[in-house]
Design a protein around this ligand. Structure first.
Ligand SMILES: C[S@@+](CC[C@H](N)C(=O)[O-])C[C@H]1O[C@@H](n2cnc3c(N)ncnc32)[C@H](O)[C@@H]1O
Length: 246
């Protein structure tokens, strides 16, 4: 479905007020917590799609080495068609089935993932989080941006209204892709509550878990989690702990 929707993906997310601003907010949350021992930081954009989140990441962390990973060849083709500095590479890979040793166990200074985990079957989510945990260097951070409305009646109603009055009709009109946009609607209704997802992060071994909720129409619907892999963080020249290390 993402392959089919790839050509119009940027157009449709561009119509979503707040989409890029929230991606920037997530990328800045990661940048503020990221440093590296030598050279620029090495970060992964997991489920990079057409590169919107990759761009936000690079704007927040200029000079970073970025690996964009996504399961959809069509979305990756859209991403690769854009201009990127050296150090940005895209690769086809599926969360829940990542080759952690090949990508580099414990070698990444940060991971951003925007709009991924509700696309991973509930039974595979723990494994997908364990992969990210394994990829991160000790003391480094994961930032997750995702929709979640479970257990919150007002947010659920607003999500239903936005989908049936806006997202689904626009998706059909501009993309002729009813399947993708009804799937988007349903996948959000079915996804973990914010409490359940926070618990999953903790069960995967993450600490210092915190959450920020979006504003505007996405209030109560879109959430950004930060979570740290325990371990020694780096210490910056000014003596402050980077990566929240202890
Ligand atoms: C809504 S898009 C978000 C793309 C990008 N992060 C952004 O913010 O614009 C979701 C992306 O997740 C990808 N995806 C879905 N399941 C995946 C999986 N198990 N592993 C990797 N990518 C996946 C899809 O191919 C799609 O590109």
């Amino acid at each position: 479905m993402f392959d089919r929707g790839a050509a119009h993906y940027d157009l449709l997310v561009g119509l979503n007020p707040g989409y890029h601003a929230e991606l920037r907010r997530a990328a800045v949350a990661l940048a503020e917590r990221t440093t590296s021992a030598d050279g620029g930081p090495r970060v992964i954009d997991l489920a990079c799609g057409s590169g919107a989140s990759t761009r936000a990441l690079l704007d927040a962390l200029p000079g970073a080495t970025v690996r964009g990973l996504d399961a959809s060849a069509g979305m990756l083709a859209q991403a690769r068609a854009k201009e990127w500095p050296d150090g940005v590479r895209f690769e086809e890979a599926t969360a829940g089935d990542l080759d952690v040793d090949r990508l580099g166990r414990g070698r990444w200074d940060g991971v951003l993932t925007a709009y991924l985990y509700r696309n991973v079957a509930a039974a595979d989510r723990a494994r997908a989080l364990a992969e990210v945990f394994a990829l991160l260097a000790p003391g480094s951070w994961l930032v997750v941006q995702e929709y979640s409305v479970r257990g919150r009646r007002e947010a659920r109603w607003r999500w239903n209204a936005v989908c049936w009055l806006g997202i689904i009709p626009l998706g059909v009109l501009l993309d002729r892709n009813l399947g993708l946009y009804t799937y988007l609607w349903r996948s959000v209704l079915d996804f973990d509550s914010v409490q359940e997802f926070g618990d999953r992060l903790a069960a995967a071994g993450f600490v210092d878990i915190a959450r920020h909720d979006a504003d505007g129409w996405q209030r109560g619907i879109l959430h950004t989690f930060v979570a740290r892999k325990p371990g020694e963080g780096l210490v910056r020249e000014d003596g402050r702990a980077a990566r929240g290390g202890r």
